[in-house]
Design a protein around this ligand. Structure first.
Ligand code: AMP
Length: 395
């Protein structure tokens, strides 16, 4: 998949609309983790440095209409500190005030628009709205890989009206994820976890014939364990996905994929720090308990299965890592990936929660790539051509 990468030099003096993902946690006007803003700095600094007149557009959260707490204004202030130059902000995305702000931009200036989801037309990919957003500009740069699975006005619609190019973050994501999906160095392992099987069905279906090793942990493992008629107590389970899990267990066997499920778990009667935690073998989960992390034997088994692996894709934590009592499994996998990376393996972590867990454990820089995408990474791995990527393809 070859993308039309933006050439910063071609943006000099041009009014450029750039889609970023500034969907950062903001509480009482203060930004928590600014990683998403930082991820676009390469694009912003290159284009602004080359003399492009930059308008940035992003969503923040899921507002129902104009919600002051979901204003992007604090992101403009944070960006200003990061790029060490003024960043203008307008409380709208289209209309006279916005057009005037865009007209007054000089070479290298940066303007951030208000949360694009304040307009319901955004998620409907309304053509009139997309046109109004696009028209004051001369070109479009899509850098928000994490929003590329959505056919919205600012991710897809505007590309109908402007010559469209991929930003550097978008290019890096597509390059690395394509390498993993289409041409992995073997042996290749896929590690899945997190809460839901249903989110990952497409990925399992597409990747099962490509992987050598499949490791399933986290809450989703219990649906697979239930499919093997094990008693899972009150652990997370999707009964309507047990049939799918059975099929996948059989299919993995038929394809010669080595499939690993937890052999022991940390259980408690509720997901809380104060609950009493104990480790039990997988066939001894008490009826009133729920599995909240993989146990030490599972960690050993999974780490052994990963030894010698040359490509790893990991999506979904091994347990409720947000609680210190149930983060061991997730941390152990992050550590193992860092060791594989040091040995030359390509290790890719995808998904907002998994990325946060790897970061919290201090291994963010010790793996090859932490994808900025959650849903986008999963859909990319399903083999879909994402709507926000399609207009960027080199024909
Ligand atoms: P997902 O978005 O599907 O990747 O799910 C991430 C969430 O799964 C995290 O918030 C974890 O707390 C949760 N999770 C992981 N393991 C378990 C488990 N055994 N039981 C309940 N929730 C879990």
């Amino acid at each position: 998949m070859k993308l039309k990468k933006v050439d910063a030099d071609q943006t000099k003096g041009k009014r450029v609309l750039a889609r970023v993902d500034f969907n950062v946690p903001i509480k009482n006007g203060r930004i928590g983790d600014d990683g998403r803003i930082v991820s676009h700095l390469e694009m912003i600094e290159a284009l602004s440095g080359a003399g492009g007149r930059l308008t940035l557009v992003s969503h923040l959260g899921r507002p129902k209409g104009k919600t002051p707490e979901l204003s992007l204004k604090p992101a403009a202030a944070r960006l200003e500190e990061l790029v060490k130059k003024p960043v203008a902000f307008v409380h709208d995305c289209i209309g006279d005030e916005v057009n005037a702000a865009i007209s007054s931009l000089k070479d290298g200036d940066i303007l951030l628009l208000e949360n694009v989801r304040f307009y319901p037309e955004e998620e409907k990919n309304d053509p009139q709205f997309a046109k109004a957003l696009a028209l004051p500009h001369e070109m479009f740069v899509m850098d928000a890989f994490s929003a590329a699975h959505r056919a919205h006005a600012s991710t897809r619609g505007v590309a109908e009206y402007l010559p469209s190019f991929a930003g550097p973050l978008m290019c890096r994501e597509v390059e690395i994820l394509s390498a993993v999906r289409d041409d992995p160095r073997r042996p290749f392992a896929l590690i899945l976890g997190g809460a839901k099987v249903s989110d990952k069905i497409g990925v399992i279906e597409n990747m099962l014939s490509k992987v050598d090793v499949l490791i399933i942990g986290g809450g989703m493992a219990f649906t697979f364990l239930a499919a093997q008629d094990l008693n899972i107590g009150r652990s997370l389970c999707e009964p309507d996905k047990i049939g799918f899990a059975k099929e996948m267990l059989k299919s993995a066997k038929d394809k010669g994929v080595k499939l690993f499920l937890p052999v022991d778990v940390a259980v408690a009667n509720e997901a809380s720090e104060s609950a009493k935690r104990q480790i039990v073998p997988i066939d001894r989960i008490p009826d009133d308990q729920m599995g909240l992390d993989i146990g030490p034997e599972s960690i050993k088994l999974f780490c052994q299965a990963l030894t010698g692996i040359k490509t790893v894709l990991w999506n979904g934590p091994m347990g409720v890592f947000e609680l210190p009592s149930f983060k061991d499994g997730t941390e152990a996998i992050a550590k193992k990936l860092s060791e594989l990376t040091a040995d030359g393996a390509l290790t890719v972590v995808g998904g907002g929660d998994t990325a946060a867990a790897v970061k919290a454990a201090g291994y963010e820089r010790a793996v090859s790539h932490v994808s900025t995408g959650g849903g986008a990474t999963l859909e990319f791995m399903e083999g879909k051509l994402l709507p926000g990527i399609e207009p960027l393809l080199e024909k």
